[in-house]
Design a protein around this ligand. Structure first.
Ligand code: SIN
Length: 434
């Protein structure tokens, strides 16, 4: 089957949806997603979206991002992130996102390594709320088509020019020819035994980049979130948002003693927890917010409260067992500040990309803001240039057939795993077997 689109967007998380909404209405846009449309990390994001509160906070926000990133960040990208953050929050509000407010003003929460409260949120399900609004707006547009359960197995490429993607849906291969392609297909959590991510994120971007010699960077920078809900065994880990610490929760060891400043950067807190677990020969530590008013906890963290109750933990009375789990990939496909990759007509945004904004360690709640800022910038430059591009109807390699598709999917996973092991051999035991 052949499909033609002006723009192919791979992935329906917040980066994919927001780039689609920022493209011109007269462009034919096809979005594909590996599973169901909401099977994405954006949907799971709890804490919120970091933003400069006003022009006076921009420099502080820049400095907090650089410091958390151990000054390995691309400073130009960090400045763009901070400068454009307020506009993007206002755009979301215009699109219909209802962030929490106090007396009609945005309510900002605190998260680790921010020097002040600058996280806008929708209780503890910010990602889901933003996702739902963006998806609704996308569905209102007649020029955007979403094809679910379509797994990208490769891109169509010749002479370092991308002309679309090859996807498999219901055992059929679909060749999607596009003038421009945007990869917004997420990170690598599905490659880890314990991750807060959806399982389907298996590093497709990295493997495709490796196959086509597209530049990648910083792939040794992998973030572990300090507080995922501890359960025995290997599984997708339920996140206990950093906002719980931001609103005052303590981290306690098994003797009930605090052992770290809870609001230090994530990498520091994760290391302190692992150290504590090792010292006390235990598999978790505890998060304690029981000193706060019960009704306040239930109102502020309804999803986390409910998830814990379902596991027999009442966070208004009980300490929550937590342990670090893989959470975010700072590295990815190298992009410039307009999300352009090293391949012509191929863009990447969201977690699959690496703008360098996060450096070695992402500051809390910067992922959705990065997705917004840089997917919008991709759309702006595509809108300005796409009229000069013609379709390139390349013949597709015959090995891309539905019989071979599951082998190609497996090979892609192996490529991504190998690439990670090359730079992070220390994490080998944390990765899934393929
Ligand atoms: C959280 O709520 O702790 C996650 C937010 C993020 O990853 O920045």
């Amino acid at each position: 089957m052949k499909v033609y689109a002006d723009v192919l967007i791979v992935g329906t998380g917040i980066a994919g949806l927001y780039s689609a909404l920022n493209l011109r209405n007269n462009l034919k846009i096809v979005m594909i997603t590996k599973e169901k449309v909401d099977d994405c990390n954006s949907y799971l994001a709890q804490g919120g979206i970091a933003t400069a509160k006003d022009k006076y906070d921009i420099e502080n926000y820049v400095q907090d991002t650089l410091k958390a990133g151990q000054y390995k960040n691309n400073e130009e990208a960090v400045r763009i992130l901070a400068e454009e953050s307020i506009d993007n929050i206002n755009n979301l509000i215009k699109l219909g996102v209802k962030f929490d407010t106090v007396d009609g003003e945005l309510r900002y929460t605190r998260e680790a390594a921010h020097c002040n409260n600058r996280i806008v949120h929708c209780k503890d399900r910010t990602g889901g709320e933003v996702f739902n609004v963006l998806l609704k707006r996308v569905k209102e547009k007649s020029n955007i088509q979403i094809i679910e359960e379509s797994c990208l197995i490769d891109i169509i490429e010749k002479n370092n020019i991308c002309s679309g993607g090859i996807a498999v849906k219901d055992n059929e291969v679909i060749n999607i020819y596009s003038k421009v392609t945007i990869l917004a297909c997420g990170g690598i959590g599905g490659l880890f035994k314990n991750s807060t991510n959806v399982k389907t994120l298996t590093g497709d971007g990295i493997s495709i980049a490796c196959k086509h010699k597209i530049n990648i960077r910083d792939i040794n920078y992998i973030q572990f979130h300090p507080t995922s809900l501890y359960e025995k065994g290997e599984n997708r880990r339920f996140l206990i948002s950093e906002a719980v610490r931001g609103e005052g929760a303590y981290l306690l060891n098994k003797r009930g003693i605090r052992f770290v400043d809870e609001l230090l950067p994530r990498d520091v807190v994760s290391k302190a927890i692992l150290n504590e677990e090792l010292k006390s020969n235990s598999e978790c530590v505890f998060l304690d917010i029981t000193h706060k008013n019960s009704q306040y906890i239930v109102d502020r963290f309804p999803s986390i409260y409910e998830a814990c109750i379902n596991k027999g933990i009442d966070m208004t009375k009980d300490r929550i067992p937590v342990t670090p789990a893989q959470h975010y990939f700072m590295g990815g496909i190298t992009v410039d500040t307009y999300s352009r990759t090293s391949m012509k007509r191929l863009f990447a945004c969201g977690e699959v990309s690496c703008t360098g904004v996060h450096g070695a360690n992402r500051l809390a709640s910067n992922s959705l803001q990065e997705a917004l800022v840089f997917s919008r910038r991709a759309s702006i430059i595509i809108n300005n240039n796409i009229d000069d591009i013609q379709f390139n109807k390349l013949e597709i390699d015959e090995s891309y057939n539905c019989v071979n598709a599951s082998n190609i999917k497996k090979q892609n996973i192996k490529i991504a795993l190998n690439e990670l092991i090359k730079v992070r051999g220390d994490l080998k035991n944390e990765l899934v077997n393929c």
